[in-house]
Each structure stands twice: as C-alpha cells, then as structure tokens.
Design a protein around this ligand. Sequence first.
Ligand code: COA
Length: 264
Amino acid sequence: MIEPSYRNLRHEQPGPGIHLLTLDRPRALNALDGTTLGELACAVRGLSGDAGARALLVTGGGTKAFVAGADISEMQSLSPEEARSFSAGAARLFLEIEALPMPVIALVNGYALGGGCELALACDWIIAADNAVFGQPEVNLGIPPGFGGTQRLPRRIAPGKALELLLTGRQVNADEAVAIGLANEKVAPDALLARGIEMAKLIASRGPYAVRLVKQAWQRGQSLDLAAACAIESDLFGLAFSSADQKEGMRAFIEKRPPVFCGR
Ligand code: COA
C-alpha cells in the first residue's frame, strides 16, 4: 500500500496499473531532503509488492525542476559518518527503484542535477522536456556524487563522456542529453506527462509477465559475461512457458485475435 498523505510526494494513478510519483517540493526545486527520501522509499516499497502495477512514472512538481539534487542545506553540516550513512541509505533506495519489477520512466521537467540526475539514472529510461538540464555538479560543492552517479552515468552513456561530465560538473541540455544517450527522447514541456502516460500504456498493453521477465533478464545480465547472461535469459524464457500469459499470447496469435493477458 502507498501512504496517501505524503508531504513532499504525490502519488496518482493516471491509468489502470500505471503509477505516477511526483517529487513535490517546488520551493526548493524538489531537492531531496530526509523527509522526501523517506516518503519516496515508502512509496517504492509499496509499489514493489503491487502485482497489478504495470509501469511507474517519476517526475518533479512545479515547472522548473525534476529534482535539483540532494538538499544542500541539510547536507552541509553532516559529519563524515553521517554523510556516509546518508549516501548509503540513498544508494539502497535507488537500487530498490532499479529493482522494481515494473518499468520505471523518469519524466525530466527542468533541472535534474546531482541526486536528481542520479534518480533519473536509477529509472529504466528518461524522457526529457525541452527545458531539461542534466548534470553532476557536486565537484562545485567540493564533494563527489553520492547517490550512484559515478557508477550509473558511465554505465548509461559512453564512459569517457560520463567522466567528462562527472569531473567538470558541466551541465547538458535536452538536445545533448538525447545525443549522448542519456535521455531517450525530448518533448515539449506540456507534452511530457502525456508522452510518459502513452509509453506506460503501451507497456501495460503487453504481456505483463513477459515485461517483468525482460526487465529482470536485462538487469541480472548487466554485470555478467555474455554466456552467463544468456543462460539467465534461457532460464527466464523457460519460466515464461509456465505462465498463463504465454499460453494466452500464443493462442491469441493462432486464433488471430488480440491477447487478453492476466499477468501470471
Ligand atoms: N538543495 C537545497 N535547496 C536547493 C537546492 C538544493 N540542491 N537547489 C535549489 N534549492 C533552493 C534554493 O536554495 C532556493 O531556495 P530559496 O528560495 O529559499 O533561496 C530555491 O531552491 C530556488 O533555487 P534558486 O537557486 O534560487 O533557483 P535558480 O533558478 O536561480 O537556480 C539551480 C536553479 C538549479 C541552477 C540552482 O538552484 C542550483 O545550482 N542548485 C543546486 C544544484 C546542485 O548543486 N545540486 C547537487 C546537490 S549535491
């Protein structure tokens, strides 16, 4: 269950099985403070056990920012031990987001800096509004990224380009984000949510069990050599043949009718 009364997070369901989480603290450009991270963690845990969830969209409240980073005013007086634990807690949360069984799409509307860029990177893919600005500006604050940026950025885009952005703190606009493969596409700001919902509905119309297996195969294979990763794919391919969705999908093809999937 997702808690309905968050302070800095909004949860909506714009369609059957489609969830939208809005980081909603626009006065601080949706910066991630402890409360916001806690609420996000609670929502993510709720969604991870929701068998009916088909896709998750994540975006920022207001018109200026997706998330402008971890909350600097909260961070500035942390001790080394507190900073380590702050980073480790967020790292666990972002791994949980990545491990959600349903596809997760970041809808980046404005600044996605520091922890905001790292949150977008923990999502399966990114749709950028024209006004999106991505970057890891932590080196300007005298710190390295702490929510996975040094690890996920070089895994998402070319490693040399990732290092350039991490070491310089240079920010990139939506066009460059698409050109370097950080964002999948860019759309007008007022079309962002509709595009996200359109993609979520497309995913939701596919075999839900198969969609989850694709995500699982992709994720589990990332850190393995090709042979071991293909062995995982074969295991999951076999598993699919124990599902009602496989029987329905193939029967529907033979009978020349649209499939009616049940997600099992
Ligand atoms: N943490 C805490 N507060 C933040 C924040 C952050 N990461 N980013 C923005 N804010 C706050 C500002 O302090 C300001 O609050 P105030 O109105 O009480 O002064 C408010 O959000 C609006 O930000 P402001 O800087 O006035 O907007 P801008 O349009 O001039 O600049 C940014 C926007 C994103 C370029 C600028 O806010 C910025 O550089 N933010 C920090 C980005 C960053 O370094 N992130 C990595 C953190 S590890």
